[in-house]
Ligand binder design. Structure first.
Ligand code: FES
Length: 71
């Protein structure tokens, strides 16, 4: 899915960066340029980064979403 149309950045691009250690929205902006043109993608890019970071730090086989593990 394309997150930032202006910079042609996908959710996979953001996930790849999160796996390589991207820790902040500022860093995401510097590396990929998201939300640096029209800015409409800022909220979606932030959410995508947060989700990707949670998955990146979760050990294999462990659910990164505690509320899902309770269901
Ligand atoms: S859609 Fe990302 S800056 Fe315009």
């Amino acid at each position: 899915m394309i997150v930032c149309v202006c910079r042609k950045v996908s959710d996979r691009d953001i996930e790849r960066l999160a796996r390589s250690g991207c820790g902040s929205f500022d860093e995401l902006q510097m590396e990929l340029g998201v939300a640096t043109c029209c800015g409409r993608c800022a909220e979606c890019a932030q959410q995508t980064l947060e989700s990707a970071r949670r998955r990146a730090v979760a050990p294999r086989g462990v659910c990164a979403e505690p509320e899902l593990a309770m269901a």
